[in-house]
Design a protein around this ligand. Sequence first.
Ligand SMILES: C[S@@+](CC[C@H](N)C(=O)[O-])C[C@H]1O[C@@H](n2cnc3c(N)ncnc32)[C@H](O)[C@@H]1O
Ligand SMILES: [Zn+2]
Length: 473
Amino acid sequence: MKIPNETIFTGDNLYIMRGMDSCSVDLIYLDPPFNSNRTYEAPIGSKAAGAAFKDAWTLEDTDDAWWGELAEKHPPLYKVIDAVGELGNKGDKAYLIYMAIRLLEMHRILKSSGSIYLHCDDTMSHGLKLVLDAIFGKKNYLNQIIWKRTHAHNDPKRFGRNADTIYLYSKTVKYVFNTIYLPYSEKYINDFFSKEDERGRYTLVVLTGPKTSKGESDAEWKGYRPSLSNRSWSVPKRLVNRLLGEEKASKMSITQRLDTLNENDYIVFSKNGIPRFKEYLKEMQGVAAQAIWLDVPPIAANAKERVGYPTQKPVELLKRIVLASSNKGDMVFDPFCGCASACPAAHDAQREWIGVDISPIAVKLIERRMREERGFLVKLNHRTDIPIRSDQVTKPSRDIKHTLFGRQKGKCKGCLGEMSFRNMTIDHIIAKARGGGDTDSNLQLLCAACNSMKGSRDMEFLLAKLKAEGIIK
Ligand SMILES: C[S@@+](CC[C@H](N)C(=O)[O-])C[C@H]1O[C@@H](n2cnc3c(N)ncnc32)[C@H](O)[C@@H]1O
Ligand SMILES: [Zn+2]
């Protein structure tokens, strides 16, 4: 069933996403725990008091079956995470397994025109980028946005770590993107728009483009032909359209368009008789936003939007993301929503939204923010159940083999060799003929060689044989 707009789930996002239909959301923003090895708690007395989450990881935090699932269904992803694990930090591996299994669901529920923004910091950005490449494909990587999170950060004996990283990937090569224009800096305005008349500040821009061409593009106008300077006419359409209306402008020749601009006092001639065009500051869209974001300030200590949530992000940041990568009416999804910066930003921009957070405090904060800051009167849909997919007839069964593979860390129980998922077979520790059941504790994985060596005998036999052959000690 379609999940209605303005829904907040309290629960683990993995199970909630597994209940969401494929291709059902347009934009995902996630700000997950960063693996920072600390616990975040909101100060007592703040609106968010009681909100806390742990951000230190051990392999106990991951479900053994996830590892087996990755090994079987996503070999490159499995290899990437295994390689990071080889660097020696078990916490990093556990964290990436936890993230990968969720990012796979995000990829599935995203529409083909959709995009995902993953907010992290340099603790794990390197590993997360490889995981994203493996899931979304390198060809769909778009940006590494650097957001200056704070003015200064005190980091003894190294440069202050004052920035976060936000990775942007699309699901396919056909995705929604609206260029965001930002105001010009004062310096740019002073340097570039240095002239002024009664219409305001302007700069002079040539009316020609590189390369000569024949015919209309080289028509003589007011004694000047562009080919004299190895160029051809390039007359701004936007302004002529505005002055005359699109239909009329489209029927005009280049010289008629130049006449129109000249009659409206948009043209200045240089000493050598070369015409140039007055580009007014107030008619410019601004500068297209780049990948380094220095202009979105952190939430000030006394800001109205601050609720005391330990890792709250400014709405302004989310607004830029929502406007760039979705259109009105689209569905925005935030699986680690906290006090839900993506949700209010989506609401403000007339998008639909769904948020999930494991902490029961989150929904209260979101409700309060919507009511107090936005005068939102309708009750939010608060859910604690797990939704059921409507685009799938049978529920996928979780395979015991996945769990065993994870539990044994990909190693055969006999020879202890690391094996690929498909080369492992399920074996009964106590043979069925001797009363051993299909229970979890009576099952193990053996490689094909060990399995045939063991036959229907017991483990003692196999281990003795492997020792005798010098395969294990
Ligand atoms: C870094 S905070 C997000 C902050 C949020 N962007 C904001 O501005 O308020 C991470 C959030 O993820 C939540 N969380 C951690 N594990 C989760 C899980 N498995 N499912 C859902 N939420 C989870 C935590 O409770 C925490 O609120
Ligand atoms: Zn073996």
